[in-house]
Write a protein that binds this ligand. Structure first.
Ligand SMILES: [Zn+2]
Length: 143
């Protein structure tokens, strides 16, 4: 594996982590919305629709990070599942890097990573990343 590949996969790891964090925040918000709880057809009962992305980060970023930290294995498994789908190799020793990322990532960094387009690697695979991040976030929230 050459340097470019390794760099891309590290980027994938960062991006996936940010996606999982975002899905955890998003799903947590829905779990706490009174309208979502009872699946109300009336928009008025949904506080969730009033929440902008800024508010979502303000309200749930710290919680999401704690949830990820408490279940690092689940996120790591998700990453491996994604890597398998994308046919890329994730090295076991990168786990330390990933743990540090979860520790250090702040709101701003997380948003940057989320919005960063990954050259080459993600081309046409955005749905796989989304699906795996969503499945991982639901697993995190149910444990
Ligand atoms: Zn709602």
């Amino acid at each position: 594996m050459d340097v470019v590949d390794t760099y891309n996969i590290m980027e994938l790891l960062d991006h996936f982590l940010a996606c999982v964090m975002f899905r955890v925040m998003y799903n947590k918000r829905n779990q706490e919305c009174e309208g979502c709880k009872v699946d109300s057809p009336s928009q008025i009962r949904h506080q969730c629709v009033m929440m902008t992305e800024d508010m979502l980060f303000d309200e749930y970023f710290d919680t999401a990070r704690l949830i990820l930290k408490a279940s690092l294995d689940t996120v790591w498994e998700g990453l491996f599942a994604l890597a398998k789908q994308l046919k890329v190799v994730v090295q076991g020793h990168w786990r330390k890097y990933y743990e540090d990322m979860v520790d250090m990532m702040d709101e701003c960094e997380s948003r940057k990573l989320l919005n960063r387009a990954l050259p080459g690697l993600l081309k046409g695979n955005e749905q796989s990343v989304y699906d795996t991040a969503e499945a991982t976030s639901l697993k995190l929230l149910s444990s």
